[in-house]
Design a protein around this ligand. Structure first.
Ligand SMILES: Nc1ncnc2c1ncn2[C@@H]1O[C@H](COP(=O)(O)OP(=O)(O)OP(=O)(O)O)[C@@H](O)[C@H]1O
Length: 633
């Protein structure tokens, strides 16, 4: 399987964008507009001002391709020279408008509640007015002329930007890092400047670029109406107005400024589209990867099993980074058989969740998932239909609060699965949802099904999430730290429920957990992960052979733990995914590490019946701390 996004180097994102038809047009038009703004007044400023009483109101000719005006001045030259004023004023109005919009949109976040509501309502009312109407209104207030028109257009566009800033800020305001900054005492203004605005900058830039095109048109409109640029200055709007006066005699006179307005407006809008495309790619990816993906490290694949639900061979998950790849999952091979319960353990960052996401086809771009074989229920995962995956594979996430849509009733969310995948009617699907909530021991399921997720306790939400997985007939339930957010009593209920699901539905379970004790009690087999690899795959109850597994076991605390001895710890920290050493990744923390461990990475090799281990010195470790539990998984 290979799901790979073609990504270039950082600099080449713009090059790639410019190679698209829209990008190429926008680049050409933008260069033309900028060049004319800078050069036209220098080269043709004088020529455009020459009055020729012998050539008044002429039509198109070789000397004057777009004719002459009422004073015999060349309209083509005047159109070229007017580029600077037309574009310059539009950009100025946009800068002021966007600045005012950002200030207005940010203020509600720092004002007292009543003032914020007042301001928000005022912005909402202003947004409801057509922009040109607002511009005319402000033009009357600020007075006829260039300055008045700039301010009028700027203030007319400010409410729309203020609304945009408010909406974008609201989407960021609920994020955990904002809450964390608040709790750590960061003031409102600093919070806004340091934490909110930098996270909404990209869409603002895109909208500002497109907004510049609109303000160019608006400016031409005001000048056309006689309340923008005043004589002797002239912009495209004024030239259009003058051309219109003689449209029946010399129609071509209005053509040059009209074409200029259209082309410049198009230039801004296409540049906006191109920026949006590049920014869109950016926000999806740190697209700076280069070079081929590293080859996954070798592992002994398991014997093919007839009743395998999930077959994974050489699974690798990689993310692009500057000048290369980060590979947090480096060549995993394992099989899950029907009805089997497998635990995946390992320290934080070992790649457990990414493995689960890769198996469920949930790795987002720019992540790249590759595998020699990745099959679910006999079908390659990338070919499985959404319907098959949606009904046969259930996923239980760590935080059930964020897994449910807070705006929909729990029962309806469960019912959606059956409506979508089984074609059940709304009523029948809801009845099944109630039945499934009963199956996962939600008390008063019919009433609870009509409640919202926030009305459920954490444990109930988690059980409801499992219930959602049971709306179909799951062959595999992947539970990623399903009990981490729950207290121990509820943890137990959820684990029991998973065990019952396995018995009742015959579903295999892939249980991801930090807690090796939980996995030992709940699962038939455990996969021990370290730095993106499986270092040991053993039946629970078999003596562990890898020093890391033994160290993990030694760190578990239970009622037998001797209280007068210090708790066992594993010294050091796991390596970052892009700093994994050449040899065995655990070697820097392993007391048994030899020179060979530091240079050669051991493959996951067979070490007994149903037991695989990746270690040069299996079974012989005696680590610091209590050795009491070692070897007894
Ligand atoms: N989108 C991403 N881009 C780059 N690196 C990532 C991305 N997602 C995860 N990683 C890295 O991959 C590594 C493994 O992440 P993963 O979430 O699978 O770990 P885990 O074992 O499930 O940890 P935990 O138990 O804390 O959830 C981490 O070091 C993480 O920083």
């Amino acid at each position: 399987m290979r799901a790979r996004l073609s990504l270039g180097k950082r600099g080449s994102v713009w090059t790639t964008a410019v190679r698209t038809p829209v990008g190429a047009c926008s680049a050409v038009l933008l260069v033309l507009v900028i060049a004319l703004s800078v050069l036209a007044p220098l080269f043709w400023g004088d020529g455009a001002a020459v009055v020729d009483t012998d050539a008044i109101g002429q039509g198109a000719s070789a000397a004057h391709p777009f004719g002459t005006d009422a004073l015999g001045r060349d309209i083509f030259l005047r159109t070229l020279v007017a580029t600077r004023l037309s574009v310059g004023l539009a950009v100025l109005a946009t800068v002021i408008g966007v600045g005012a919009g950002v200030v207005l949109g940010s203020l509600p976040a720092v004002l007292p509640r009543w003032a914020a509501r007042l301001l928000t309502s005022a912005i909402d009312i202003a947004v409801a007015f057509p922009g040109l109407l607002l511009a005319l209104f402000f033009a009357v207030i600020f007075g006829v002329g260039t300055h008045g028109a700039v301010l009028a257009i700027a203030f007319a566009m400010a409410p729309a930007f203020a609304r945009l800033v408010q909406t974008l800020s609201a989407s960021v305001a609920g994020r955990d890092f904002i809450a964390a900054a608040r709790v750590s005492g960061v003031g409102r203004i600093r919070l806004l400047a340091r934490h909110v605005l930098p996270n909404i900058g990209e869409p603002l830039v895109v909208n500002a670029t497109i907004g510049a095109g609109s303000s160019l048109l608006a400016f031409a409109g005001l000048s056309f109406l006689g309340i923008g640029v005043q004589a002797p200055d002239y912009d495209w709007g004024r030239l259009l107005r003058e051309g219109l006066d003689g449209i029946y005699v010399t129609p071509v006179a209005a053509l040059a400024p009209a074409v200029a307005v259209v082309l410049a407006g198009l230039a801004f809008n296409l540049v906006g589209e191109t920026v949006a495309a590049v920014v869109g790619v950016r926000s999806r990816a740190a697209r700076r990867a280069s070079g081929p993906l590293p080859a996954p490290r070798p592992a002994v694949a398991e014997e093919p099993a007839d009743d395998a639900v999930l077959v994974v061979e050489n699974l690798q998950v990689a993310f692009p980074r500057a000048g290369g790849w980060t590979v947090p999952v480096r060549g995993l091979s394992f099989t899950v058989r029907a009805g089997e319960a497998i635990g995946v353990v390992g320290e934080s960052g070992s790649g457990k969740s990414l493995t689960a996401l890769a198996v469920s086809r949930l790795i987002e771009l720019p992540g790249v998932v590759t595998a020699d074989r990745l099959e679910f229920a006999g079908t390659p995962v990338e070919q499985a239909s959404d319907r098959d995956l949606g009904t046969a594979l259930a996923m239980v996430f760590q935080d059930p609060m964020t897994s449910f849509n807070p705006a929909r009733r729990v029962g309806r969310q469960l019912a959606e699965v059956s409506e979508q995948h089984h074609g059940l009617s709304r009523r029948a699907a809801f009845a099944r949802a109630i039945d499934r909530l009963t199956a996962v021991r939600i008390p008063a399921a019919a009433r609870r099904a009509r409640q919202y997720p926030h009305e459920f306790s954490g444990g109930m939400r988690q059980r409801a999430m499992i219930g959602m997985g049971l709306m179909g007939a799951p062959k595999l339930v992947i539970a990623d730290e399903p009990t981490t957010a729950l207290d121990v009593t509820v943890q137990r209920q959820v684990l029991r429920l998973l065990a019952r699901t396995r018995e009742a539905e015959g579903a295999a379970i892939l249980l991801i957990s930090h807690d090796i004790a939980v996995v030992s009690q709940t699962c038939d087999r455990m996969l021990v992960m370290y730095a993106g690899r499986i270092v040991e795959d053993l039946p629970t109850g078999s003596p562990a052979q890898h020093p890391y597994t033994r160290a993990l076991l030694a760190t578990t605390v239970d009622l037998d733990t001797t209280r007068d001895e210090p708790l066992a710890v594993i010294p050091g920290r796991p390596p970052e995914p892009d700093q994994v050493p050449d040899g065995c990744a655990f070697a820097p923390r392993c007391p048994l590490a030899s020179e060979r461990c530091r240079t050669e990475d051991p493959a996951l090799a067979r070490a007994g019946d149903g037991h695989r281990v990746a270690c040069w010195h299996p079974q012989v470790s005696v680590l610091s701390g209590r050795s009491r539990k070692e070897g007894a998984a």
